[in-house]
Design a protein around this ligand. Structure first.
Ligand SMILES: Cc1ncc(COP(=O)(O)O)c(C=O)c1O
Length: 466
C-alpha cells in the first residue's frame, strides 16, 4: 500500500470508521460474509480511481489488477464519460424503450455493428451480463420456435464456466464455486459438458495428440440428448472462471461445425472477453469463428454506467421478421437506456482513439512474459496463461506434479492478504486473476509484477515453502 498526495481524498479515522459501521449495519455486500467484513480492515471503502489505481478512505493506493470485475477497460477517472452522461441526462434521460428509441441507442448499435464480426448486425440492449445471457437463451429458444423447431429447449453449457445469476444464466452456470443447491429447481434443460483445460485436462489427455477430444466428444452428448431437443450451446471463447484456460486452435471451429451440423444456436459469452480484453475487440476473432449470438457487458461501458447487450446474426434476426406472432416479446424498462448508450459509445471511442485494444495485446504479452520469468524465483507458479490482459496465474504446491495446496493451507486468504499489503487488488486462490485496465503502461506492468513478486514471497514463507 502506498500513501501519496492522493491522501487528500482520505477521511478522518472517525469518518472512515463510521462508514464501515453503517456499511456493516445496512449494506449487503455481494458474495461476502458479514463476519469477515467486520474483521480489522475487512470492509474496504473506496473513494477515488484514476487510470489503473484506486484509493480507499484511508488514502491507500492500490493497483486495480482485475479492473474491478474485468470491467474498467478504459481505466478509472474519465471525466469525458461523466460529461457525456451529464449532457445526455440534460437532453433526454429516458424514453419508453418498448415503443421508441433515442439517438445514442442507434449510434451505439451502429458503432457496434461496425466493430463486430460481419454477420452480427443487430443489437438488443439490457442492463447486466446475466440479463444478456438470459436474453440470449430466450432469443435462441424463440428462434427455434419460430422456425418450427418447437421441441428445442435444452442448452448445452460447460462445467467450470460462469454466466451470471438470473434464473436462465444461473441454470447454465457450471462454476463449482457457486453452489446452486439452495435455488433449485432451476430452469429445466441445462446440459453440461466438460470444459477445455490443457494444463489439467479433464480427460487426462495431452494436446495435440488428443486431437481436441474435449470439443469432438461434445457430439456424443448432443446425440445422447437428441439434437431435436437442443436449442443452444453457450460458452466463453476464453473462460475466466475456468482458470483462464486457452482453447487450442481447433476447439472453436469444431464447436461451430457441431452447432451447424445439428441446428444448434451458438452463443459466445463475451461479457468478460469483449472490448479489447484479449487484445482483440472480441475474442471470437482470436479463434476464427462467428457466433450466432454474442453476449456483451462489462467493458462495453467500462463500468461508467450499467449496460449490456446481445449481438444477433442476420440469419437469426431474420426469423423474427414478418407476422406479429414472430415478434421477440418481453423487453426491459431500462434496457437501451439513452444515457448508458451515450456513455458506452463514448467509451468505445476512447478505446479506439487511444489504441487500447492494441495496448492490451502488446502490454498483455509483456506482462505475461514478466510473470512467466517469476517462475525462476517462485516454484509455486505452475502456469501463466491467457491472452492480452486476461491473465491467470496458477499456483501449485509442486510444479512437477501440479499438486495443489490443500484447502487447509489457506492459500487464498494468505495470498489475498499479501497482495493487499503489497498494494494489489485482485482475486486470488489456486488461480490468481490478473486483468488490469487496458491503459496499463509497461512501467505499470513492472510495478505490478514487483508487487506480485513480493506478495508471493510473503505467501510462500507463510505456507512454509520458502
Ligand atoms: C462470462 C460472464 N457472463 C455473464 C456474467 C454476468 O454478468 P453480470 O454480473 O453483469 O450479471 C459474468 C459476470 O462476471 C461473466 O463473467
Amino acid at each position: 500500500m502506498t500513501t501519496t498526495a492522493e491522501s487528500r481524498y482520505a477521511m478522518s479515522d472517525a469518518e472512515a470508521t463510521d462508514y464501515v459501521d453503517r456499511g456493516l449495519s445496512h449494506l449487503w455486500v455481494h458474495t461476502q460474509q458479514r463476519e469477515e467484513l467486520a474483521k480489522e480492515d475487512g470492509l474496504r471503502v473506496f473513494v477515488r480511481g484514476k487510470g489503473i489505481h484506486l484509493w480507499d478512505t484511508k488514502g491507500r493506493r492500490f493497483i486495480d489488477a482485475m479492473s474491478g470485475l474485468w470491467v474498467v477497460n478504459a481505466g478509472h477517472g474519465r471525466t469525458e464519460l461523466a460529461e457525456v452522461a451529464a449532457r445526455q441526462m440534460q437532453e433526454l434521460a429516458y424514453i419508453n424503450t418498448f415503443a421508441y428509441t433515442s439517438k445514442p441507442a442507434i449510434d451505439l448499435a451502429d458503432k457496434l455493428a461496425s466493430l463486430l464480426p460481419s454477420t452480427l448486425n443487430r443489437l438488443f440492449f439490457v442492463n447486466s451480463g446475466s440479463e444478456a445471457v438470459d436474453t440470449a437463451i430466450r432469443l435462441a429458444k424463440n428462434y427455434q420456435y419460430n422456425i418450427g423447431e418447437k421441441k428445442r429447449y435444452k442448452v448445452i453449457a460447460r462445467r467450470g464456466s460462469y454466466h451470471g445469476t438470473t434464473a436462465g444464466a444461473l441454470s447454465v452456470n457450471g462454476a463449482a464455486a457457486l453452489n446452486k443447491a439452495p435455488w433449485e429447481p432451476l430452469v429445466p434443460g441445462a446440459v453440461f459438458v466438460e470444459n477445455v483445460n490443457c494444463y489439467r485436462c479433464p480427460f487426462e489427455k495431452t494436446y495435440p495428440s488428443c486431437d481436441t477430444f474435449c470439443a469432438r466428444t461434445i457430439e456424443r452428448t448432443i446425440q445422447a440428448e437428441r439434437p431435436e431437443t437442443i436449442a443452444a450451446f453457450i460458452a466463453e471463447p476464453i473462460s475466466a472462471a475456468n482458470a483462464v484456460s486457452q482453447p487450442p486452435a481447433e476447439y472453436w471451429p469444431t464447436i461451430r461445425q457441431l452447432c451447424d451440423k445439428y441446428g444448434i444456436v451458438l452463443i459466445a459469452d463475451e461479457v468478460i472477453n469483449g472490448f479489447g480484453r484479449t487484445g482483440r475487440w472480441f475474442a471470437s476473432e482470436l479463434y476464427g469463428f462467428e457466433p450466432d449470438i454474442m453476449t456483451m457487458a462489462k467493458g462495453l461501458s467500462s463500468g461508467y454506467l450499467p449496460i449490456a447487450g446481445i449481438a444477433i446474426a442476420d440469419r437469426i434476426a431474420r426469423e423474427f421478421d414478418g407476422e406479429k406472432a414472430r415478434t421477440f416479446a418481453g423487453g426491459s424498462t431500462f434496457g437501451t437506456h439513452p444515457v448508458s448508450c451515450a456513455v458506452a459509445l463514448a467509451n468505445l471511442e476512447i478505446i479506439e482513439r487511444e489504441g487500447l485494444v492494441e495496448n492490451a495485446a502488446k502490454n498483455g504479452a509483456y506482462l505475461q512474459s514478466r510473470l512467466n520469468a517469476l517462475k525462476e524465483q517462485h516454484p509455486t507458479i505452475g502456469d501463466v496463461r491467457g491472452r492480452g490482459l486476461l491473465i491467470g496465474v496458477e499456483i501449485v504446491k509442486d510444479p512437477a506434479t501440479k499438486e495443489l495446496f490443500p484447502d487447509s493451507a489457506g492459500l487464498g486468504d494468505t495470498l489475498s492478504a499479501a497482495l493487499v499489503r503489497n498494494g494489489i487488488l485482485c482475486r486470488a486462490g489456486n488461480i490468481v486473476n490478473i486483468a488490469p485496465p487496458l491503459v496499463i503502461s509497461e512501467a505499470e506492468c513492472d510495478d505490478l509484477v514487483a508487487r506480485f513478486d513480493g506478495a508471493l514471497s510473503e505467501t510462500e514463507e507463510a505456507l512454509g515453502v520458502r
